[in-house]
Design a protein around this ligand. Sequence first.
Ligand SMILES: Nc1ncnc2c1ncn2[C@@H]1O[C@H](COP(=O)(O)OP(=O)(O)OP(=O)(O)O)[C@@H](O)[C@H]1O
Length: 621
Amino acid sequence: MTDVRVAQRGKGVLREFNEARVLTAADVHVALRLSALSGERSEEVLLATALAVRAVRSGSVCLELGRMREVTVDETPGEDAVPVDLDALPWPEDAAVAAALRVSPLVVGGAAGPLRPLRLVDTDDGGLLYLERYFRQEETIRRVLDERAARRPAVDEDALTRGLTELFLDGDGRASAAPDRQRIAAAVAATHATSVIAGGPGTGKTHTVARILALLARQPGPAPRIGLAAPTGKAAARLQESVREQAPSLGLSTDLSAMTLHRMLGWQRGGRFRYNATNHLPYDAIVVDETSMVSLTMMCRLLEALRPDTRLVLVGDPDQLTSVDAGAVLADLVARPVRGTANPALARVVGADLDAADDPAEAALSASERDRLRGGVIRLSRGRRFGGAIAELAVAVREGDADAALEILRSGDEQVSFVAEDELSGLRADVVASAVAVTESAEAGDVAEAVRRSESHRLLCAHRDGPYGASWWARQAIEWVGQASGQRLDPEHWYPGQPLLVTANDHEARIYNGDTGVVVRRADGSLAAAFARGQEPVLLHLSNLSAVQTVYAMTIHRSQGSQYDTVSVVLPGEESALLTRELLYTAITRARIHVRIVGSEAAVRAGVGRRVSRASGLRRG
Ligand SMILES: Nc1ncnc2c1ncn2[C@@H]1O[C@H](COP(=O)(O)OP(=O)(O)OP(=O)(O)O)[C@@H](O)[C@H]1O
């Protein structure tokens, strides 16, 4: 039988790596095609080419030649999957690969024409092999950011200082105690052309964004034109909602809208954008939320399309899972060596915050935090939404401290629980209780309550398929709910209480990939789908839903950007390459009240220890 994962024309080393599931057929095809076009026959070069394609496919911007061997097999666990010994593969010597690339027509060009699809960049840690397109995008990002760092926007410091004092208040309406990193972040955004505001969930990123807009509006001169954007429709809708909610108390217009980055840039059929390097975006300030999900390509397009004097504020959580496409730009911008000189305006407007000693609520700025301010980078660290064990667990995971994470998980604190795979009674009880409660409200036509209750518990998995996957757990949950209710649930037919997941953006209906909702009964007895949207849920005809599925369990990737009261996370086996620190952190931070981890100590340790490694040159400088 022919295996579609194996490239039929592949030979030699490429074929062996393909059969070992390190390379896909598509990776091999690209290498073979370039070989045919350029005349390159070196097995070292073709393997490195296929691995560079693979690197991009798995989210890196380039292939680090010195870490070529740190690959994992593709996650397509067929029935017949046999374990692969990666060390036994015919890996070429690093030096031989580098030497072959240095003279390869694919890198230096050749007689066959101008084709030069690969770029080799030397660094202190060895070579980085890029597909040319990604090299150029990274170069553009670096160049635009450097040019922007050299100019500081004009700002009226008196108006700014007044605004900072009036907008950042404590619970009693007085100016908040120093240091207040939110106030510093707002000052950074006002005084730098590009600023990066990083922070975990509930650290007040959106709260700060609304105040940045208010500060800019209070500057003398015409009202600034503001662009609010996010990489996904769902994130854009949340940003808009949150800014509009805060607008009246800040003297801002309540009709500010947010849109996807694609829409802001004017995406056109064929993949071109209306706004680009020759036709700049018309805004005075642009705020991008959930920047961790922005790919290298989108960031490049955005930066190219910026007017040099437009303020850009990038907001997000660099510790979360990154974009599906290549690049981890936000994490790179936070981690890269600091550039730029100290901004004297910052010291003038928030000097008290910069110099403040430890406060009970917030620690003094560290030397490296101050240093990062030169580059316009600040991290909010004070949790404003939830304290307690969930937040502590998230911090332990983020910092890679598995012992601390396990200690918190086993502490008996009511916010966390940690159970083995065969101790499923608590999980089963939560799945059934939430389904019963949702169904009750859905049958009664209480739409708002049905939607609210559908966010009371969520079952999350690392994988979509396989024994630890969301599909398997969804079937298990349906069985539990069916047994409890005495009715067999059939997701093929709509029923009240049916939990829904949107799988593609639908701008008309204003529902977006990753949104969750529930089927409810209306007063006239008919069924409709309800989705959370601000204060009022939106109700849609079931016939208008084009891309939804029934969701009793979902992947952690899909849950990004949503929160639930209780989250149950079923960990895969410790060997799963998907089980990473970023995945665990993202899963834990989805929970508002309780997080239940189902799995072994070894799986927790493996997850905390394994980082998503996305190679890029941006991070290096
Ligand atoms: N300085 C503050 N004073 C009082 N409340 C605050 C402050 N900052 C944030 N909050 C409140 O804390 C909660 C979380 O803030 P916000 O939604 O801005 O955080 P976030 O970092 O954007 O979170 P997420 O990434 O999860 O959306 C909100 O209810 C907000 O009103």
